[in-house]
Design a protein around this ligand. Structure first.
Ligand SMILES: [Zn+2]
Length: 265
């Protein structure tokens, strides 16, 4: 990295670090929420036009059912912690698309996509709740905005999102898709960092518990995921989740806290 770029990074970091409202961690964010939301609904619309929704009515209903419960839990959690404003402008959608990829993601504004390839690993509503809680946590903790900010700095010299989009529409779109784990094949950086992953695990456990799913199912889910990913070329979802043993251990340590939020159905 050039010295100039490093200096620029330091300046921008100092100027635009904000705090993840829900966790208190400092993060870089140079993209205004409004821009994130409009880019999100546009890119989500494009994605849904280009991809085939699953024809499996039962599994599609499962995604929408679990999604609605996780949504209520997140809204409740945001109210309780005084961060209801963070969800302003959200228009939740939960869709299942036809793809062999073992993947799922959530864009800002609550635009959630599951790929049919992850359904056998999820197995049932509890497994879907693990993934849904985790992916929604990435979105509400603004991890995608953080990654998009990093990408704009590193790849586009710190350009504003709207400027980058006009100057290099395709590159910007690819950066966007990889920022949300929807296009890892184009990704330059790793999908999500370790800190973001454990933040998403932690919040995800709380969200699923509040939604009425026993968070203990997260341990079984990650054990199944660990087996499923053995040897294969990992999808974005799997490749973002290294060191399964460490993750499972950390989840186990966090279970007592999550259980305090658990409201059995
Ligand atoms: Zn993740």
């Amino acid at each position: 990295m050039s010295r100039l770029l490093a200096a620029l990074l330091v300046t921008l970091l100092a100027a635009s670090c904000s705090t993840v409202a829900l966790t208190g961690r400092r993060q870089l964010n140079i993209v205004p929420d409004g821009e994130m939301l409009s880019m999100s609904s546009q890119q989500y619309g494009e994605f849904m036009k280009e991809n085939k929704p699953s024809t499996n009515a039962e599994q599609t209903a499962r995604i929408k059912r679990v999604g609605a419960r996780i949504q209520s839990a997140v809204e409740e959690y945001a109210r309780q912690t005084g961060h209801a404003n963070d969800l302003a402008g959200y228009a939740w959608e939960f869709n299942l698309v036809e793809s062999k990829e073992v993947n799922a993601w959530c864009m800002p504004g609550g635009k959630v996509v599951f790929y049919t390839g992850i359904m056998p690993v999820c197995r049932d509503d509890d497994g879907v709740a693990v993934v849904m809680g985790h992916e929604v946590a990435h979105a509400v903790a603004k991890h995608g905005a953080e990654r998009m900010s990093q990408s704009l700095l590193v790849e586009m010299g710190g350009a504003a999102l709207s400027v980058a989009l006009q100057a290099k529409p395709q590159e910007t779109q690819q950066l966007w898709m990889s920022a949300f784990g929807a296009g890892a094949q184009y990704g330059v950086l790793m999908p999500f960092g370790r800190g973001q992953e454990s933040e998403a695990d932690h919040l995800g456990l709380i969200f699923m518990a509040m939604a009425g799913y026993d968070p203990h199912h997260a341990v079984e889910f990650w054990q199944r995921m660990s087996k499923a990913s053995g040897g294969e070329k990992p999808s974005e979802f799997m490749s973002t989740h290294p060191s399964d043993e460490h993750r499972i251990q950390k989840i186990q340590e966090e279970l007592p806290e999550a259980m305090r939020y658990y409201k059995p159905r």
